[in-house]
Write a protein that binds this ligand. Structure first.
Ligand code: 0X9
Ligand code: ZN
Length: 425
Protein backbone atom coordinates (compact mmCIF):
# COMPACT_ATOMS: atom_id res chain seq x y z
CA UNK A 1 0.00 0.00 0.00
CA UNK A 2 1.37 3.49 -0.80
CA UNK A 3 1.46 6.20 1.90
CA UNK A 4 -1.65 8.01 0.68
CA UNK A 5 -3.67 4.79 0.71
CA UNK A 6 -2.32 4.05 4.15
CA UNK A 7 -3.37 7.49 5.42
CA UNK A 8 -6.88 7.11 3.95
CA UNK A 9 -7.14 3.67 5.49
CA UNK A 10 -6.04 4.98 8.92
CA UNK A 11 -8.52 7.88 8.71
CA UNK A 12 -11.37 5.51 7.81
CA UNK A 13 -10.42 3.17 10.64
CA UNK A 14 -10.47 6.12 13.08
CA UNK A 15 -13.91 7.26 11.85
CA UNK A 16 -15.26 3.73 12.23
CA UNK A 17 -13.80 3.51 15.73
CA UNK A 18 -15.30 6.85 16.79
CA UNK A 19 -18.67 5.84 15.36
CA UNK A 20 -18.68 2.45 17.00
CA UNK A 21 -17.97 4.08 20.36
CA UNK A 22 -20.58 6.81 19.99
CA UNK A 23 -23.25 4.45 18.65
CA UNK A 24 -26.36 4.60 20.88
CA UNK A 25 -24.79 7.06 23.26
CA UNK A 26 -27.07 9.68 24.71
CA UNK A 27 -26.55 12.92 22.78
CA UNK A 28 -26.58 16.48 24.04
CA UNK A 29 -26.81 18.35 20.74
CA UNK A 30 -27.43 22.04 21.39
CA UNK A 31 -27.96 21.52 25.08
CA UNK A 32 -26.69 24.71 26.67
CA UNK A 33 -25.64 25.60 30.19
CA UNK A 34 -26.66 28.84 31.88
CA UNK A 35 -25.28 30.59 34.92
CA UNK A 36 -27.85 32.30 37.13
CA UNK A 37 -26.12 34.74 39.41
CA UNK A 38 -27.13 35.60 42.98
CA UNK A 39 -30.55 33.98 42.80
CA UNK A 40 -33.06 35.17 45.38
CA UNK A 41 -35.45 32.85 47.23
CA UNK A 42 -38.24 33.12 44.65
CA UNK A 43 -35.93 32.68 41.66
CA UNK A 44 -34.48 29.61 43.33
CA UNK A 45 -37.89 28.11 44.12
CA UNK A 46 -39.24 28.58 40.59
CA UNK A 47 -36.05 27.16 39.13
CA UNK A 48 -36.37 24.05 41.26
CA UNK A 49 -39.90 23.61 39.89
CA UNK A 50 -38.51 23.81 36.34
CA UNK A 51 -35.94 21.13 37.06
CA UNK A 52 -38.72 18.63 37.85
CA UNK A 53 -38.83 18.21 34.06
CA UNK A 54 -35.85 15.89 34.09
CA UNK A 55 -35.49 15.49 30.35
CA UNK A 56 -35.32 19.24 29.77
CA UNK A 57 -33.38 20.68 32.68
CA UNK A 58 -30.61 19.52 34.92
CA UNK A 59 -28.87 21.34 37.72
CA UNK A 60 -25.11 21.13 37.26
CA UNK A 61 -24.21 23.24 40.25
CA UNK A 62 -25.89 25.17 42.98
CA UNK A 63 -24.38 27.41 45.62
CA UNK A 64 -25.37 30.58 47.41
CA UNK A 65 -23.84 32.65 44.64
CA UNK A 66 -24.65 30.75 41.48
CA UNK A 67 -26.80 28.13 39.85
CA UNK A 68 -25.66 26.33 36.69
CA UNK A 69 -28.51 24.88 34.68
CA UNK A 70 -28.29 22.67 31.59
CA UNK A 71 -31.22 23.15 29.21
CA UNK A 72 -32.35 21.10 26.22
CA UNK A 73 -32.87 23.11 23.00
CA UNK A 74 -36.62 22.31 23.11
CA UNK A 75 -36.91 23.83 26.59
CA UNK A 76 -35.20 27.14 25.74
CA UNK A 77 -38.49 29.07 25.35
CA UNK A 78 -39.50 27.90 28.81
CA UNK A 79 -36.20 29.07 30.26
CA UNK A 80 -36.74 32.39 28.47
CA UNK A 81 -40.15 32.77 30.12
CA UNK A 82 -38.65 31.98 33.53
CA UNK A 83 -35.89 34.56 33.06
CA UNK A 84 -38.34 37.23 31.95
CA UNK A 85 -40.76 36.54 34.75
CA UNK A 86 -38.21 36.48 37.54
CA UNK A 87 -35.72 39.06 36.24
CA UNK A 88 -32.97 36.56 37.10
CA UNK A 89 -29.49 37.63 36.02
CA UNK A 90 -28.02 34.99 33.75
CA UNK A 91 -25.60 34.21 30.97
CA UNK A 92 -24.90 31.17 28.86
CA UNK A 93 -21.45 29.60 29.32
CA UNK A 94 -21.73 26.45 27.23
CA UNK A 95 -23.67 26.69 23.97
CA UNK A 96 -23.49 23.05 22.91
CA UNK A 97 -22.64 20.34 25.44
CA UNK A 98 -22.33 17.73 22.68
CA UNK A 99 -19.50 19.70 21.11
CA UNK A 100 -17.48 19.41 24.34
CA UNK A 101 -18.23 15.68 24.51
CA UNK A 102 -17.22 15.22 20.86
CA UNK A 103 -13.95 17.10 21.40
CA UNK A 104 -13.19 14.95 24.41
CA UNK A 105 -13.93 11.77 22.50
CA UNK A 106 -11.85 12.80 19.48
CA UNK A 107 -8.91 13.47 21.79
CA UNK A 108 -9.42 10.13 23.47
CA UNK A 109 -9.31 8.37 20.10
CA UNK A 110 -6.23 10.26 18.92
CA UNK A 111 -4.24 9.64 22.09
CA UNK A 112 -5.30 5.99 22.38
CA UNK A 113 -2.36 4.90 20.25
CA UNK A 114 0.09 6.13 22.93
CA UNK A 115 0.83 4.57 26.34
CA UNK A 116 -2.31 3.55 28.23
CA UNK A 117 -2.36 5.95 31.16
CA UNK A 118 -0.49 9.16 30.43
CA UNK A 119 -3.07 11.65 31.75
CA UNK A 120 -3.42 13.27 28.31
CA UNK A 121 -6.85 11.72 27.92
CA UNK A 122 -9.51 10.15 30.12
CA UNK A 123 -9.14 6.43 30.68
CA UNK A 124 -11.80 3.75 30.82
CA UNK A 125 -12.27 1.52 33.86
CA UNK A 126 -10.47 -1.42 32.26
CA UNK A 127 -7.50 0.80 31.38
CA UNK A 128 -7.33 2.09 34.95
CA UNK A 129 -7.47 -1.48 36.26
CA UNK A 130 -4.73 -2.67 33.91
CA UNK A 131 -2.62 0.28 35.05
CA UNK A 132 -3.26 -0.63 38.72
CA UNK A 133 -2.09 -4.20 37.99
CA UNK A 134 1.07 -2.79 36.50
CA UNK A 135 1.67 -0.53 39.53
CA UNK A 136 1.32 -3.55 41.83
CA UNK A 137 3.99 -5.36 39.83
CA UNK A 138 6.33 -2.37 39.66
CA UNK A 139 6.13 -1.44 43.36
CA UNK A 140 5.71 -4.79 45.12
CA UNK A 141 7.18 -3.83 48.50
CA UNK A 142 5.07 -0.77 49.19
CA UNK A 143 1.79 -1.38 47.38
CA UNK A 144 -1.03 -3.76 48.08
CA UNK A 145 -4.29 -4.09 46.16
CA UNK A 146 -7.58 -4.40 47.99
CA UNK A 147 -11.14 -5.01 46.92
CA UNK A 148 -13.86 -3.02 48.67
CA UNK A 149 -16.54 -5.34 47.39
CA UNK A 150 -18.73 -5.79 44.34
CA UNK A 151 -20.89 -3.27 42.55
CA UNK A 152 -24.55 -3.87 41.68
CA UNK A 153 -23.53 -5.12 38.22
CA UNK A 154 -20.93 -7.43 39.77
CA UNK A 155 -17.73 -5.48 39.11
CA UNK A 156 -14.93 -5.45 41.66
CA UNK A 157 -14.39 -2.09 43.33
CA UNK A 158 -10.65 -1.88 43.61
CA UNK A 159 -8.34 0.12 45.81
CA UNK A 160 -4.64 0.54 46.36
CA UNK A 161 -2.84 0.75 49.69
CA UNK A 162 0.56 2.45 49.73
CA UNK A 163 2.62 2.02 52.86
CA UNK A 164 6.34 2.60 53.31
CA UNK A 165 6.50 1.72 57.01
CA UNK A 166 4.39 0.64 59.95
CA UNK A 167 2.83 3.04 62.41
CA UNK A 168 1.89 5.74 59.89
CA UNK A 169 -1.34 7.74 60.19
CA UNK A 170 -3.93 6.70 57.59
CA UNK A 171 -5.40 8.79 54.76
CA UNK A 172 -8.35 7.48 52.75
CA UNK A 173 -9.10 8.90 49.30
CA UNK A 174 -12.50 8.18 47.77
CA UNK A 175 -12.81 9.22 44.14
CA UNK A 176 -15.36 9.09 41.30
CA UNK A 177 -18.33 8.33 43.53
CA UNK A 178 -20.15 10.51 41.00
CA UNK A 179 -19.73 8.79 37.66
CA UNK A 180 -19.53 11.88 35.44
CA UNK A 181 -16.74 13.53 37.44
CA UNK A 182 -13.96 12.01 35.34
CA UNK A 183 -11.25 14.42 36.44
CA UNK A 184 -11.39 12.84 39.92
CA UNK A 185 -10.11 9.37 38.95
CA UNK A 186 -7.70 10.86 36.43
CA UNK A 187 -6.23 13.01 39.22
CA UNK A 188 -6.26 10.17 41.77
CA UNK A 189 -4.24 7.90 39.47
CA UNK A 190 -1.78 10.74 38.77
CA UNK A 191 -1.37 11.24 42.52
CA UNK A 192 -0.76 7.51 43.04
CA UNK A 193 2.00 7.71 40.48
CA UNK A 194 3.54 10.71 42.23
CA UNK A 195 3.33 9.12 45.68
CA UNK A 196 5.30 6.21 44.29
CA UNK A 197 7.77 7.92 41.99
CA UNK A 198 8.09 11.66 42.66
CA UNK A 199 11.59 12.89 43.52
CA UNK A 200 10.20 16.09 45.08
CA UNK A 201 11.31 16.23 48.71
CA UNK A 202 8.00 17.32 50.23
CA UNK A 203 5.98 14.83 48.18
CA UNK A 204 8.37 12.00 49.10
CA UNK A 205 8.23 12.96 52.76
CA UNK A 206 4.42 13.00 52.68
CA UNK A 207 4.17 9.77 50.68
CA UNK A 208 6.35 7.85 53.08
CA UNK A 209 4.96 9.16 56.35
CA UNK A 210 1.31 8.21 55.74
CA UNK A 211 -0.53 5.02 54.87
CA UNK A 212 -2.65 5.67 51.79
CA UNK A 213 -5.87 3.88 50.93
CA UNK A 214 -6.98 5.09 47.51
CA UNK A 215 -10.10 4.05 45.60
CA UNK A 216 -9.78 5.73 42.18
CA UNK A 217 -13.26 4.73 40.95
CA UNK A 218 -15.86 3.93 43.61
CA UNK A 219 -18.96 4.07 41.39
CA UNK A 220 -17.66 1.58 38.86
CA UNK A 221 -21.00 0.76 37.18
CA UNK A 222 -21.87 4.42 36.77
CA UNK A 223 -18.39 5.19 35.46
CA UNK A 224 -18.60 2.50 32.77
CA UNK A 225 -22.09 3.74 31.85
CA UNK A 226 -20.80 7.31 31.59
CA UNK A 227 -18.13 6.11 29.14
CA UNK A 228 -20.37 3.90 27.06
CA UNK A 229 -23.86 5.37 27.15
CA UNK A 230 -24.24 8.76 28.79
CA UNK A 231 -21.30 11.09 29.49
CA UNK A 232 -23.24 12.96 32.14
CA UNK A 233 -24.46 9.94 34.15
CA UNK A 234 -23.97 10.65 37.87
CA UNK A 235 -25.67 7.92 39.89
CA UNK A 236 -25.28 4.19 40.47
CA UNK A 237 -27.00 1.71 38.13
CA UNK A 238 -29.34 -0.17 40.46
CA UNK A 239 -32.94 -0.10 39.18
CA UNK A 240 -35.72 1.19 41.40
CA UNK A 241 -38.69 -0.86 42.61
CA UNK A 242 -41.01 2.15 42.36
CA UNK A 243 -39.94 3.87 39.15
CA UNK A 244 -38.45 3.26 35.73
CA UNK A 245 -35.67 5.74 36.57
CA UNK A 246 -32.40 4.01 37.37
CA UNK A 247 -29.76 4.66 40.00
CA UNK A 248 -29.17 6.37 43.32
CA UNK A 249 -26.97 9.33 44.19
CA UNK A 250 -24.32 7.41 46.13
CA UNK A 251 -23.30 10.60 47.92
CA UNK A 252 -26.70 10.69 49.62
CA UNK A 253 -26.74 6.99 50.48
CA UNK A 254 -24.39 6.79 53.49
CA UNK A 255 -25.89 6.01 56.85
CA UNK A 256 -25.56 9.38 58.49
CA UNK A 257 -28.61 11.64 58.77
CA UNK A 258 -29.90 9.77 55.71
CA UNK A 259 -32.62 11.74 53.86
CA UNK A 260 -32.57 14.47 56.47
CA UNK A 261 -31.60 17.33 54.18
CA UNK A 262 -30.81 18.12 50.54
CA UNK A 263 -31.65 14.63 49.32
CA UNK A 264 -34.55 13.53 47.17
CA UNK A 265 -36.99 10.63 47.45
CA UNK A 266 -37.73 10.81 43.71
CA UNK A 267 -35.77 8.09 41.82
CA UNK A 268 -35.69 10.33 38.74
CA UNK A 269 -33.68 13.07 40.45
CA UNK A 270 -29.91 13.49 40.50
CA UNK A 271 -29.94 13.58 44.31
CA UNK A 272 -32.14 10.51 44.91
CA UNK A 273 -30.97 9.07 48.26
CA UNK A 274 -32.15 5.51 47.55
CA UNK A 275 -34.91 3.41 49.18
CA UNK A 276 -32.92 3.23 52.42
CA UNK A 277 -29.43 4.06 53.71
CA UNK A 278 -26.73 1.77 52.28
CA UNK A 279 -29.11 0.43 49.62
CA UNK A 280 -26.27 0.67 47.10
CA UNK A 281 -23.78 -2.21 47.27
CA UNK A 282 -20.94 0.19 46.44
CA UNK A 283 -21.72 2.34 49.50
CA UNK A 284 -22.32 -0.68 51.73
CA UNK A 285 -18.93 -2.03 50.64
CA UNK A 286 -17.20 1.28 51.31
CA UNK A 287 -18.97 1.57 54.65
CA UNK A 288 -17.95 -1.94 55.77
CA UNK A 289 -14.35 -1.52 54.62
CA UNK A 290 -13.79 1.89 56.19
CA UNK A 291 -15.46 0.76 59.46
CA UNK A 292 -13.07 -2.18 59.59
CA UNK A 293 -9.99 0.09 59.45
CA UNK A 294 -11.37 3.24 61.05
CA UNK A 295 -8.94 3.03 63.94
CA UNK A 296 -6.13 3.49 61.43
CA UNK A 297 -7.71 6.41 59.59
CA UNK A 298 -7.03 10.02 60.51
CA UNK A 299 -8.07 11.71 57.29
CA UNK A 300 -10.86 11.21 54.73
CA UNK A 301 -10.80 13.02 51.40
CA UNK A 302 -13.64 12.63 48.89
CA UNK A 303 -12.79 13.82 45.38
CA UNK A 304 -15.52 15.52 43.35
CA UNK A 305 -15.88 18.06 40.59
CA UNK A 306 -16.56 20.85 39.96
CA UNK A 307 -16.43 24.27 41.73
CA UNK A 308 -12.94 24.60 43.34
CA UNK A 309 -14.07 24.16 46.91
CA UNK A 310 -12.74 22.47 50.00
CA UNK A 311 -15.79 21.51 52.05
CA UNK A 312 -15.82 20.40 55.66
CA UNK A 313 -18.60 18.84 57.76
CA UNK A 314 -21.40 19.40 58.38
CA UNK A 315 -23.38 18.84 55.26
CA UNK A 316 -26.57 17.80 57.00
CA UNK A 317 -27.13 21.16 58.68
CA UNK A 318 -25.92 24.73 58.50
CA UNK A 319 -27.27 25.45 61.97
CA UNK A 320 -24.32 23.99 63.81
CA UNK A 321 -20.68 23.24 63.11
CA UNK A 322 -18.42 20.43 64.34
CA UNK A 323 -16.56 20.85 67.63
CA UNK A 324 -13.20 21.13 65.81
CA UNK A 325 -14.53 23.54 63.16
CA UNK A 326 -11.83 26.16 63.80
CA UNK A 327 -9.15 23.53 63.27
CA UNK A 328 -10.88 22.28 60.12
CA UNK A 329 -10.87 25.83 58.78
CA UNK A 330 -7.20 26.35 59.70
CA UNK A 331 -6.27 23.15 57.87
CA UNK A 332 -8.44 24.16 54.90
CA UNK A 333 -6.76 27.56 54.76
CA UNK A 334 -3.33 25.92 54.62
CA UNK A 335 -4.54 23.84 51.65
CA UNK A 336 -6.11 26.79 49.80
CA UNK A 337 -3.07 29.04 50.38
CA UNK A 338 -0.68 26.35 49.11
CA UNK A 339 -2.78 25.80 45.97
CA UNK A 340 -3.04 29.50 45.24
CA UNK A 341 0.70 30.05 45.73
CA UNK A 342 1.52 27.79 42.78
CA UNK A 343 2.09 29.36 39.34
CA UNK A 344 -1.44 28.35 38.24
CA UNK A 345 -2.79 30.61 41.02
CA UNK A 346 -5.98 28.58 41.28
CA UNK A 347 -8.35 29.91 43.92
CA UNK A 348 -10.20 27.45 46.16
CA UNK A 349 -12.85 28.64 48.57
CA UNK A 350 -13.32 26.73 51.79
CA UNK A 351 -16.01 26.40 54.44
CA UNK A 352 -18.63 23.98 55.69
CA UNK A 353 -20.53 22.01 53.05
CA UNK A 354 -23.95 23.17 54.13
CA UNK A 355 -22.86 26.78 54.58
CA UNK A 356 -20.76 27.30 51.46
CA UNK A 357 -22.55 24.98 49.03
CA UNK A 358 -25.89 23.58 50.17
CA UNK A 359 -27.19 21.27 52.89
CA UNK A 360 -27.03 17.64 51.84
CA UNK A 361 -26.95 14.64 54.13
CA UNK A 362 -25.71 11.08 53.61
CA UNK A 363 -22.44 12.18 51.98
CA UNK A 364 -19.03 10.56 52.56
CA UNK A 365 -17.40 13.39 54.48
CA UNK A 366 -20.21 13.64 57.04
CA UNK A 367 -20.49 9.90 57.50
CA UNK A 368 -16.72 9.63 58.00
CA UNK A 369 -16.78 12.46 60.52
CA UNK A 370 -19.98 11.60 62.39
CA UNK A 371 -19.99 7.81 62.33
CA UNK A 372 -16.32 6.81 61.96
CA UNK A 373 -14.73 9.47 64.13
CA UNK A 374 -12.40 10.66 61.36
CA UNK A 375 -11.84 14.22 62.55
CA UNK A 376 -10.19 15.55 59.39
CA UNK A 377 -12.75 14.95 56.68
CA UNK A 378 -13.36 16.97 53.51
CA UNK A 379 -14.96 16.94 50.11
CA UNK A 380 -12.74 18.52 47.46
CA UNK A 381 -14.54 19.92 44.44
CA UNK A 382 -11.88 20.12 41.73
CA UNK A 383 -11.64 22.47 38.74
CA UNK A 384 -13.25 24.41 37.17
CA UNK A 385 -15.73 27.05 38.35
CA UNK A 386 -17.96 26.94 35.31
CA UNK A 387 -16.30 27.05 31.94
CA UNK A 388 -16.43 23.37 31.02
CA UNK A 389 -17.97 21.98 34.20
CA UNK A 390 -18.06 18.18 34.21
CA UNK A 391 -16.67 17.95 30.67
CA UNK A 392 -13.36 19.59 31.50
CA UNK A 393 -10.78 18.82 28.76
CA UNK A 394 -8.00 16.36 29.63
CA UNK A 395 -5.37 19.11 29.33
CA UNK A 396 -6.52 20.17 32.79
CA UNK A 397 -5.92 16.79 34.45
CA UNK A 398 -2.26 17.29 35.33
CA UNK A 399 -2.54 20.93 36.48
CA UNK A 400 -5.52 19.96 38.63
CA UNK A 401 -3.79 16.92 40.09
CA UNK A 402 -0.50 18.79 40.65
CA UNK A 403 -2.04 21.65 42.58
CA UNK A 404 -4.19 19.30 44.64
CA UNK A 405 -1.25 17.13 45.58
CA UNK A 406 0.56 20.22 46.86
CA UNK A 407 -2.64 21.30 48.61
CA UNK A 408 -2.79 17.92 50.32
CA UNK A 409 0.87 18.24 51.40
CA UNK A 410 -0.08 21.48 53.17
CA UNK A 411 -3.33 20.06 54.51
CA UNK A 412 -1.59 17.10 56.14
CA UNK A 413 1.24 19.24 57.52
CA UNK A 414 -1.28 21.55 59.19
CA UNK A 415 -3.33 18.63 60.51
CA UNK A 416 -0.15 17.19 61.98
CA UNK A 417 0.72 20.50 63.59
CA UNK A 418 -2.68 20.49 65.29
CA UNK A 419 -2.17 16.95 66.59
CA UNK A 420 -4.60 15.07 64.31
CA UNK A 421 -2.14 12.59 62.84
CA UNK A 422 -1.28 10.69 66.00
CA UNK A 423 -2.27 7.04 66.24
CA UNK A 424 -5.88 7.07 67.34
CA UNK A 425 -5.88 4.53 70.12
O1 0X9 B 1 -23.78 17.26 45.96
C1 0X9 B 1 -22.76 16.58 46.16
O2 0X9 B 1 -22.82 15.38 46.44
C2 0X9 B 1 -21.39 17.23 46.06
N1 0X9 B 1 -21.32 18.14 44.94
S1 0X9 B 1 -21.30 17.55 43.42
O3 0X9 B 1 -21.43 18.67 42.52
N2 0X9 B 1 -19.89 16.91 43.13
O4 0X9 B 1 -22.33 16.59 43.29
C3 0X9 B 1 -21.13 18.03 47.33
C4 0X9 B 1 -21.16 17.26 48.57
C5 0X9 B 1 -20.79 18.12 49.70
N3 0X9 B 1 -21.57 17.89 50.78
C6 0X9 B 1 -22.67 18.61 51.12
N4 0X9 B 1 -23.03 19.72 50.51
N5 0X9 B 1 -23.32 18.14 52.12
ZN1 ZN C 1 -19.69 14.90 42.97
Amino acid sequence: MNTLALKVFAALALILLVESVSEDQKRYDNYSVYKIRHPNQLQRQLLHKLTKQHESFSLWHESREEIHLMVSPQALPELGKYLNKTYARSNMFISNVQELIDNEQALNMKARFGPTVNWKRYNTLSEIEAWLDDILIRYPGVTEGFILGKSFEGRNIRGLKISYKTGNPGVFIESNIHANEWITSASATWMINQLLSSADKQVREMAESHDWYIVPVLNVDGFVYSHEKDRLWRKTRQPSAISSCIGVDPNRNYDSYWMVNGASNDPCEWTYAGPHALSEPEIKAMSDFVSSIKDKLNVMLAFHSYSQLLLSPFGHTDEEVPENYDDLMQVAKAYADAVQALPYGTVYQYGSSAGLLYPASGATLDWAYNEQYIRISYTIEFRDTGKFGFVIPPAYIIPNAEENLIGIVALLAEAKKLGYLKLKY
